[in-house]
Write a protein that binds this ligand. Structure first.
Ligand SMILES: C[S@@+](CC[C@H](N)C(=O)[O-])C[C@H]1O[C@@H](n2cnc3c(N)ncnc32)[C@H](O)[C@@H]1O
Length: 283
């Protein structure tokens, strides 16, 4: 089940391996605090592996898109039909300006966001310091939007879900016995070790990676299972998700990705899992 959004680090291709890392269907609540395109949730829900779900992302403009697709899919499709088609390239910056003006909720917001996601460079979502979306036009020969049928299927799968724009800590604090959590945070940088160790600022640096691992362990100690993705680096395997703390490295897939200056290559990722940790083992 493919999402309607393209998202940097999207997990549509790894969704099967991530599903296997949960070791069976979720009997409690499924939480996904780094939702992005919702690729993993959609896969799990489509396969009947989750029921009640709390889905969240710190990007509230993205969450509003999922809400509009869940609650008003026909109005989103109608607004999308009114977006530029043949002259999409010439009108890209006009749509970007309209998008930045807002409002940032409802079907028209969702249509602009989805359109920019397909017409903008590589499907990137990036904002400047003032919170204005600033991705340039993409280099595609034609503008391709997903079929209306895909929107309707995604909308169906989102029915009954709780969609939030909370930070990951608030979401993980609610998970406990019988719950499943999938965490796909911004990754530890592949090469810029200096950045990671604190010589320059990253929005999701070492303190956030450690706080996430700690929160995951807390969920495991309360009887839940947490699956996490990250780059397959020694610092990730040995310091952030160390086996001594109960983390298992269940898969180490290699994934094709844009790496730098438009080049593509394969990078290693790790799928880690933790929990439930029995009380006796925790003592
Ligand atoms: C790698 S992407 C997730 C991709 C997603 N798994 C998919 O398949 O599309 C990471 C997401 O985390 C969100 N994010 C970044 N910092 C966050 C935070 N502190 N709390 C919650 N979400 C955050 C970003 O907005 C982004 O959508």
């Amino acid at each position: 089940m493919k999402p309607v959004l393209k998202w940097a680090g999207g997990k549509a291709r790894l969704a099967n391996q991530i599903a296997e890392a949960f070791d069976g269907p979720c009997k409690g609540v499924y939480f996904e605090p780094f939702l992005g395109s919702a690729a993993v949730f959609l896969h799990l829900k489509h396969r009947g592996l989750v029921g009640r779900a709390v889905l969240s992302d710190a990007n509230h403009k993205l969450v509003e898109v999922h809400r509009a697709v869940r609650d008003q899919v026909e109005r989103v499709l109608r607004a999308l039909r009114r977006m530029p088609k043949d002259d999409w390239r010439e009108r890209y910056y006009e749509v970007r300006e309209d998008y930045n003006r807002g409002p940032h909720h409802g079907p028209r917001h969702a249509a602009r966001f989805l359109w920019l996601n397909r017409a903008g460079y590589n499907g990137l979502y990036r904002e400047n310091r003032k919170g204005r979306f600033n991705v340039p036009v993409g280099r595609y020969t034609a503008l391709r939007l997903p079929d209306p049928s895909r929107f309707r299927e995604v909308s169906e799968l989102l029915q009954g879900t709780e969609l939030r724009a909370d930070g990951f800590e608030d979401v993980l604090a609610e998970a406990g016995e019988g719950d499943h959590v999938y965490c796909d945070p911004p990754y530890v940088p592949l090469s810029a070790t200096a950045c990671f160790t604190g010589y320059c600022s990253t929005p999701f640096g070492l303190p956030e990676q450690r706080a996430l691992a700690l929160a995951a362990r807390r969920v495991a100690l309360s009887g839940g299972r947490v699956v996490l993705s990250n780059h397959d680096l020694p610092v990730v395997r040995n310091e952030i998700y160390p086996p001594a703390e109960g983390f298992m490295h269940v898969a180490r897939p290699r994934v094709a990705r844009a790496i730098s200056r438009g080049k593509r290559g394969k990078v290693g990722e790790v799928i880690a899992a933790i929990g439930p940790i029995p009380e006796a083992a925790a003592a």
